[in-house]
Structures are given as structure tokens and as C-alpha cells.
Design a protein around this ligand. Structure first.
Ligand SMILES: O=C(NC/C=C/[C@H]1O[C@@H](n2cnc3cncnc32)[C@H](O)[C@@H]1O)c1cc([N+](=O)[O-])cc(O)c1O
Ligand SMILES: [Mg+2]
Length: 214
């Protein structure tokens, strides 16, 4: 029977990456996507920008919206300080199952809480489920029409504090026009655009980094 692309990506990790070595997992996925099949991971070029933001923020609490196969989950978790926690939301059971195995192969399961469910349902439950007060960093990489409603939901649920950082993928391609318009015009955020390219291509894309001002 036919395998899925996430299943083929996991097989490439298990074949080419070293257990417990996050960088080798990232490298194996990037090689798979360049040489075999394109997939919607943030990729190595935008991934370096993601790494630099994570390192700069040095967050204790991180929320990722849209795990997919766990590529950015592994990149982020591999850079976190010892007690830090990354909560990642993924509502497709097949993708969640693959991501769990990718995260485990990287040896990062202790730093990552993968929640299988929809962001709209689980953002309001973050405090009660994980005792999270606020997030230091949020990485938005899920359906592009969910970026704005989920950002407003995080504001309403009091999950952002003065200085919380939102980092959004794909603000050019596929694009998140309503989110960009809101975040760049809101007096409650200060935003910065990082020009880059769509993963594994020469197509223009970029990340938008926004600081919540309270
Ligand atoms: O569409 C893109 N990403 C959507 C990502 C979607 C992933 O996040 C989950 N999800 C969605 N809403 C969710 C809400 N709650 C939980 N999981 C959710 C989906 O089950 C999927 O695993 C995309 C597309 C391109 N592209 O070139 O076409 C490039 C990219 O970098 C992209 O990120
Ligand atoms: Mg993306």
C-alpha cells in the first residue's frame, strides 16, 4: 500500500540520521526535501533565521502552531535551555504520529509536549493543561488563515506578556495578508521582516518577527 510523504520523510531520518543527534535529523530532512521530495518544513535557509531568534530569545516557554513532521520542533527544541518547554500543536493524527517519532529520534521528547488537536481549541486550555502563564516565543507555521484569529485568541487568553515574541513563517508565500496587516498596524506590536526564500526553492518568502508590547 502507498506510503505518505511524512512516512517517507521519517524513513529517511531513520536511515540517514543518528539517534539522539538533532542536527543530523535536520540535515536528513533537508537532504530528503532537496533530493527526493519537496515538503513544507521551514527548511534550512529560514531555519537559520529561526535558530538565531530562538538563541536570542532563549525562551523558557515556546508554543509552536502546526508541527507537521516536527522539523522546526527539532530545530527549536535543540536550542532550548535545560528546564525550557516547547508545546507544539498538530491536529492531523498522521502528521502527529510521524512528528512524535522524528522528535524521539532526535532525543528531544523530554523538551517537547506534542498536543494532538486544533489550535483554536487548545490555546484557551494552555494554562490549565500545562500551568503555562505566558509564552516567551510563539512560532506560527500552521494554516495561514489561522495566524490572525489565533494571535487574537492568545491575546484574549492572556498568553502573551510584554516582550513575548511571535515569529511567523510564510508571510510572503503562501502569504498571510490579514495577519501582516494587523500585526504591522497594531500599536501593541513592533515588527521586523526577515527576507528569505520559500524552503528548498528560489521563490521569495520571509519570516515576520513581532514583539508584543503589552
Ligand atoms: O500551508 C502551509 N503550512 C500549513 C501547515 C499545516 C500543518 O499544521 C497543521 N495545522 C494546521 N492548522 C492547525 C491548527 N491546529 C493544529 N494544527 C494545525 C496541519 O495539520 C499541518 O500538519 C505551508 C505551505 C507552503 N507552501 O509553499 O505551499 C509552505 C510552507 O512553509 C507552509 O507552512
Ligand atoms: Mg511554513
Amino acid at each position: 500500500t502507498q506510503t505518505t510523504r511524512p512516512q517517507r520523510m521519517l524513513a529517511a531520518v531513520q536511515k540517514n540520521a543518528t539517534r539522539g543527534d538533532p542536527r543530523s535529523v535536520v540535515k536528513a530532512i533537508d537532504q530528503f526535501c532537496r533530493q527526493k521530495e519537496w515538503a513544507m518544513n521551514v527548511g534550512d535557509e529560514k531555519g537559520c533565521i529561526l535558530d538565531s531568534v530562538v538563541t536570542e530569545v532563549n525562551p523558557e516557554t515556546v508554543l509552536e502552531l502546526g508541527t507537521y513532521c516536527g522539523y522546526s520542533t527539532v530545530r527549536i527544541a535543540s536550542l532550548l535551555p535545560p528546564q525550557a518547554k516547547l508545546i507544539t500543536l498538530e491536529f492531523n493524527p498522521g502528521n502527529a504520529a510521524i512528528a512524535r517519532q522524528v522528535i524521539a529520534w532526535a532525543g528531544l521528547e523530554d523538551k517537547v509536549e506534542l498536543v494532538e488537536g486544533a489550535s483554536g481549541d487548545f490555546i484557551p486550555k494552555m494554562k490549565e493543561m500545562f500551568g503555562i502563564k505566558t509564552f516567551d516565543l510563539v512560532f506560527l507555521d500552521h494554516w495561514k488563515d489561522r495566524y490572525l484569529p489565533d494571535t487574537k485568541l492568545m491575546e484574549e487568553c492572556g498568553l502573551l506578556r510584554k516582550g513575548s515574541i511571535l515569529l511567523a513563517d510564510n508571510v510572503i508565500c503562501p502569504g498571510t495578508p490579514d495577519y501582516l496587516e494587523y500585526i504591522r498596524n497594531s500599536p501593541r506590536y513592533k515588527s521586523q521582516f526577515f527576507k528569505s526564500h520559500l524552503e528548498y526553492t528560489k521563490v521569495e518568502d520571509g519570516l515576520e518577527k513581532s514583539i508584543f508590547l503589552g
